[in-house]
Design a protein around this ligand. Sequence first.
Ligand SMILES: [Zn+2]
Length: 126
Amino acid sequence: MSRRKKKFSCGHKGYGQICHRCTQEQVVWDTKKQEKYEWETAFTYDPIDLRPFPRNVVLKAREILTGLQNHRNYRDFHGKRLRHDRFIISIPVTRHYRLLCRYHNSVLIPEAVISHEDYNVCKPGG
Ligand SMILES: [Zn+2]
């Protein structure tokens, strides 16, 4: 076997039967594709739609949702009952987003993540 570099059909130069640069790129590409796939699939397990939100909001919201599913109290996440509707709980996700949950027969059901602007709009007289 010759140890001379040869030129592969892709244009790269190297040793052996296959281009290691392209193989490496393919691995990186596959990993990225896999991560993207896993990221997108994870949304189907969320009790509410988190797709429209930034990554950090999604991750933080999931943390809270998982906590609530495990019967943690909303107060653990600095949640508060709304003054004008005691059945709605507002939990801060980040500075700009909050998670709204509603009591149905004393079970806390997550309803939506909303931005701070939307939140202020839905407050009566706000
Ligand atoms: Zn190559």
